[in-house]
Every structure is written in C-alpha cells, then in structure tokens.
Design a protein around this ligand. Structure first.
Ligand code: B12
Length: 483
C-alpha cells in the first residue's frame, strides 16, 4: 500500500534557554534549520509538510501528523525525546536523526520508531520508500560512500525567513578534512567519507536562488577542498554578494585562495584558533594549527578587508588559571573583531570523550549542560568552577568598551576602526535591542545593518602583506613560524 499525501511534521527543538520568554539572545535567531529543509526536499508534492523551529517559534503540539521528523543535537536531546514520546503516544511514526542520534543510537532508539545514523541525504529516500510501502525499519545507517551531488534543492519555502537575521545561510559541503579529537565529525561520518562537496554548478545555482545580498556559509571548512573553493569563488565573482564563512588559519595563510574569496565577497571569517598553546593543539590533534603564525594570519585577513571571528576553547590540559586573561589580552592586541569562547566539551562519540571517560574525568551525562558554557569534565590544572568563571570573565573582558576601542584602534585606517567597533558592539552591546526585535518578529530589520557593517572597509588589496603582530607566548614556538 502506498501512503499518498502524508502529513509530515518536522521539528528542530531548542535548548530551554532559547525558549525563555524573558530573554532571547540573537544567537538563536540567526540560522534556519537547513538539515530538515534539506530532507523535506525528498518528500512528494502531495505530502503536506510543516517545519517548526523552536528557536524562533512556539511549537504546535496538538496536531496529528502521520510522520514526525526530529533533528537531535546534543543540547536539544532531552526536549527532542520529550516531543518524540508525545507524538508516538498520538500514533505518529517518529524518526530521530542528527548528530546526537548518531553518537548515541541506543539512547535515541528508546524514543523513536526509526533512527538514522549519519548524514540524511543518502538514507532518507530509502526510508520514505519503506515507509510508504508499510515496512519501515528501526535503524538506517548512511552508506560509506556518500554524496550530495544531484540532491533536490532545499525546501526554502518552508523556512519562515522573517524570523531569522541570516535567512540566506547555506552549506555546500559536508564534514571537514581535519580530525581534531573534540569534533563531532569522526562519530558522525564514521566508516565513510568525512568530507565531500556539492558540485560547483549546483552550489552556484543554490546561491542564485537566494534573494538579496548577504550569505552565510555554515560549512565546517569552506576552504577545505581548495579546488572546489577556488572554482566556487570564481563563479561567485561579480554576483555582488557579501558573505561570511568558516575556515582554518592554515588555509588563510596559503596564497591566492583568500584573495579569490575576497573578490567573491568574503567579509568575515570564523577561524578556530582554539588555543595559544602548542601542547594543547598537539594533544587535541589540531595539527593544522601547529606552527602557524596566528598574528600573520590575522594581519593577512585584515589587509584583505576580512574581519575575524576567532574561536577559543578553554580547559585543555595545558590551561592554567592564567589562560583567560592571556588569551583575551592577546586577542584584543591582535585587533580581532569578535571572539567566541567555549568551555571544552567532550561530545559523546569523540576521541576526547573516550579519553576523558578512560581517565574518569566525565562528571555527568546531563546533555542540557553540554553547551560549551559548563564544565562537564574535571579540568587538569584548575577546578570546574574556575573554568566556568574564567569563561564568563573572558567574554566580559573581551567585549568591554575600553577593549573594543583598543582593538579597533589597532587598525591603520578609520573605516576599518569604525567597522570593527560597529560590528563587535552590534553583536554584544545591543542584546536588549535584539531581544525586542526578536520579540516583535522584526529581527530581519537588522540585516541591512549587518550588510553595511560588513561591506564598509578600506582593503589595501595590493597583494603585499607586510609585517605581522607578535605571536602568542608559547615556549615551544607554536605560531611563530610563517606557514
Ligand atoms: C547553525 C548551527 C547552530 C544554530 C542551531 C540552529 C540551526 N538552525 O541549526 C545555533 C546558532 C543556535 C547553534 C547553537 C549551538 N550549537 Co550549533 N551548529 C550550527 C552549525 C554551524 C550548522 C548546522 C547546519 O545547518 N548544518 C548543515 C545541515 C545540512 O546539516 P545538519 O543540520 O547536521 O543536518 C544533517 C544531518 O544531521 C542529518 N539529520 C539531521 N536531523 C535528521 C533527522 C532525520 C530523521 C534524518 C534522516 C537525518 C537528519 O541529515 C541532515 C542533512 O545531511 C553546526 C555545524 C555544522 N556544520 O553542521 C553547529 C553544531 C551543530 N552546533 C553544535 C553545538 C555544540 C552548539 C551549541 C550547543 C554550543 C555552541 N557554543 O555553539 C549551541 C547550543 C544550541 C542549542 N540551543 O541547543 C555542534 C553539535 C555537536 C553535537 N554533538 O551535537 C555543531 C556540530 C558544531 C560543532 N562543530 O561542534 N548551532
């Protein structure tokens, strides 16, 4: 029997905090649920689909869908399971997939009719066939050869664009070529290719479909396949886009690719610097950062007119209580525009988690607190409380007005100084304003401001990348040598 015109409900649950009626940080209204919108594209035209994202809307739980599809991240797992139980009690067939399900399938299976391990593109169609034929399996695992070539266009019509500051987010690859021990990647892509891209023409077609000017690539490492990235940037040249993405310091230091990205509209880059200690980088297999001159990479980005959002992790074994001030001081002196700090968090399924467990250092398995703000393991050189306090202190100190001014003044030209100030302050000094915009469903009013602040700069772009700032203080000489 073929199930025609199914009622399908797709849900991205949120961590409690994002739902709070009192305060909603802008972070949760940035990006739409791309994973679910990707899976929705495999449904039939006569299927009725509703996609709800709890980060930006209140879920309607009184409906009676035939099929419920829930995406599970680590911090939304407990809510995801609650919604799954709710819909199973109502007689729906409940599917759970995503990173956390792949890491801990048995935990998820207790709440689902079918679970999905690994990226969805390669298994979702098989499930839909089985389900329509009345014989869905309990478990589907992604095959070892995976691909996103030729997948149908994301169902962007299901995305409530006005509820997001960055509705034009996209991903043109899956995974990452590197193997840091704290990353979800190894568990998620286990037993198969862990880094693959779309075809360039398909990626460009997806970009063409997006209205407006601003884009945000959510790929783990957009520059990870230099040939693909180079062709993509060539294709984007002249499109008039302004965009942001993530990459590594290693890729930044390589000649040519960054310049091409800038010509195509790159204006801000998220870079995982993680730690100023070479011992830490080595311990966590972040080898692509070893012996890279961070200061030189930052100067190179600035000279190209690209702002940097540097990501740092605290609590690695070489981190003592002085790590917070040292890192923040260095970031301010380096004129890094925005910094993202994290308490190191061992995600289940990662090599880091295995090691912490072997060493008896995991404190609990309350996934709600695995949010990179809480110490869920015993740090080596400080207490968990010190680690959490230091994390909050780092944010407070980096975003102090005096430090924002100091960082901004490190640029040579006034347009760059003003851009630094407006961009950094925009994220962290106007949280109350963001809250109001979110509350009145007007968050998209912020987009023209974001575009403006990204685009106003004074790039030298003369291909000459002069001296660089002093590199961080590390006895072993990490980051000192040019790449
Ligand atoms: C956007 C994003 C967010 C958004 C979340 C909302 C959103 N719209 O997704 C925001 C900014 C709120 C966020 C916050 C956090 N995030 Co986040 N985020 C991302 C990011 C950058 C992109 C997600 C995305 O769109 N991916 C692209 C789509 C295509 O992939 P996907 O979502 O994984 O979906 C695929 C599969 O998972 C699978 N799938 C998913 N669901 C289902 C269901 C079924 C039935 C099936 C068949 C398949 C399936 O198929 C999909 C297609 O391939 C990822 C990194 C990444 N590159 O994925 C991190 C990531 C998901 N975040 C992560 C973390 C840790 C967090 C935080 C907890 C901590 C932090 N400091 O960032 C917070 C707290 C989140 C919360 N409130 O619960 C981790 C998750 C690790 C884990 N083990 O769960 C990631 C992987 C980053 C990382 N490298 O560590 N995040």
């Amino acid at each position: 029997m073929r199930l025609m015109g199914m009622k399908v409900k797709m849900i991205l649950p949120a961590l409690t905090e994002a739902k709070s009626p009192l305060f909603r940080p802008i972070k949760y209204s940035l990006f739409p649920p791309l994973g679910l919108a990707t899976l929705a594209a495999f449904l039939d035209d006569d299927d009725e689909v509703v996609l709800q994202d709890e980060h930006v809307e209140t879920l309607d739980l009184n409906d009676e869908p035939d099929l419920v599809v829930i995406q599970v991240y680590i911090t939304n797992a407990s809510r995801a399971y609650r919604y799954a139980d709710h819909y199973r009690a109502r007689g729906a067939h409940v599917c759970l997939g995503g990173l956390h399900v792949t890491a801990l399938p048995d935990e998820a299976a207790a709440h689902a009719d079918s679970i999905f391990l690994g990226p969805g593109e390669d298994i979702w169609q098989e499930f839909l066939r089985d389900f329509r034929a009345g014989r869905p399996r309990e478990r589907y695992s992604a095959p070892s050869r995976r691909s996103i070539h030729g997948i149908p266009p994301i169902r962007r019509d299901l995305i409530k664009r006005h509820l997001y500051l960055v509705p034009n987010s996209l991903v043109v690859s899956r995974g990452c070529p590197h193997r840091c021990d704290f990353c979800y990647k190894e568990a998620f892509f286990q037993g198969g290719n862990g880094f693959y891209t779309q075809r360039v023409d398909e990626a460009l077609a997806e970009i063409e479909r997006l209205p407006g000017k601003h884009l945000y690539f959510l790929d783990d490492h957009l520059f990870g396949d230099a040939r693909f990235a180079s062709m993509l940037f060539d294709g984007m040249k002249g499109m008039g886009r302004v965009w942001q993405s993530a990459s590594t310091i290693q890729a930044v230091l390589k000649p040519n690719l960054l310049e091409k990205a800038v010509e195509a509209g790159l204006r801000s880059l998220f870079v995982g610097l993680e730690s100023l200690s070479a011992t830490n980088l080595r311990d966590h297999a972040k080898v692509q950062n070893l012996d890279r001159d961070y200061g030189k990479g930052i100067r190179r980005l600035h000279d190209c007119g690209v702002m940097i959002n540097a990501s740092f992790v605290f609590g690695m074994d070489d981190d003592g209580p002085d790590v917070f001030d040292r890192t923040v001081d260095w970031a301010v002196e380096s004129s890094i525009e925005t910094s993202t700090f994290h308490v190191m968090t061992p995600y289940p399924g990662t090599a880091l988690y295995e090691r912490m467990q072997r060493e008896g250092r995991i404190l609990h398995r309350d996934w709600d607190l695995y949010d990179t703000r809480h110490a869920v393991f015993r740090p080596a050189r400080m207490s968990g409380e010190e680690l959490e306090r230091g994390y909050w202190h780092a944010y407070e100190k980096f975003y102090r007005w005096s430090h924002l001014f100091r960082g901004a003044m490190g640029h040579d030209a006034w347009p760059d100084r003003l851009r630094h100030l407006s961009y950094a302050a925009g994220w962290k000094k106007f949280e109350k304003l963001w809250h109001l915009l979110i509350r009145f469903k007007q968050v998209s009013l912020g987009l023209p401001l974001l575009e403006k602040s990204l685009d106003r700069f004074s790039a030298k772009r003369n291909g000459d990348f002069p001296g660089h700032l002093e590199s961080p203080m590390d006895d072993s000489g990490a980051h000192r040598k040019p790449a």
